[in-house]
Design a protein around this ligand. Sequence first.
Ligand code: GLY
Length: 342
Amino acid sequence: MIVTTYHTENKTKTDIYCPADYNIFKSIASDGNHVIITDEKIYKLYSEAFVKHNCIIIKEGEANKNLSNIENIIQKFVTFNIDRDSLIIGFGGGLVCDIAGFAASIYMRGTPVGFVATTLLAQIDAAIGGKNGVNFNNYKNYIGNISQPQFVICDATFFKTLSNQDYMSGLGEVLKYCLISNTNLIEYFISNYNAIKERDKDVMDYIVKSCVKIKTEIVSQDTNDKGLRHILNFGHSFGHCYEIIDGLAHGIAVAKGICTAVDLSLKFGYTNTETNKQIKEIIKNAGFETEYKLDERHFDLLHKDKKKTGDYIDFVFLTEIGNPIIIKTPIDDIIKAVLEPF
Ligand code: GLY
């Protein structure tokens, strides 16, 4: 078991157990009045983990990531007598982590929280870095904050029970890390793709550990998301549009958003044809669609992107693998370019 810790700009520390046996959460939450927040599927699949704990079980699905759910959860915290000496544990995927993290961060002005992350997406992204929140109408994560968990537990054995869609969704985010970091992760991904498809534990432990390392290095330098951290948004500006408008799972939408971003990188002259082709080939070989269709609905959402200021957006382009660049670009120029044929 490797324990990674990082100090953030806010002088807090998170222990990341990666790889780990998820049961270690029992020793972390042994004494005291704690509560676990999980979803219906995880509660059924891992029922043994929840014995003897106060549990709050939420419904699956993005539609449940809203403020009224947060209110219900807080009502249950009151019923369970949760206070600032308690530990709130989010045990589940990205949705559970976002909701549990947010509810904990506002309850009594902040109550300790930790995550047992059960999906690939949660282990490499949602559980790491302290972004919490809920959606507002059609806008993703419009209400939330940045507040760090005390611990995150990552165990690749959970991947065995993931649906194909959820696993592919995680792999879309893995590809993002492969492309924005100048590590050897992309070579590892390509040469181990069969084992990745088989959800091989050793290979996935390595992948998760590598992604967590990339993310924590970025977050520890820019915890409050003022600059460098924006590179984690690579593929997300259009990815969020594909997720909301086309109903794709998050990471699958991100893979499509990466294709859009690398096409825009070429159209704006930040990269060359060869790099563009190479990246799209990697994405295609990993089992993702590289074609995309955009219309007014996507562009309306792009105008509401959280990373925009006025009519500009901090768009993440890629000059080559391992070299993302953030350029403040007029949203209308992006829309014009994306509609232009090559
Ligand atoms: N998921 C992007 C970030 O944590 O900044």
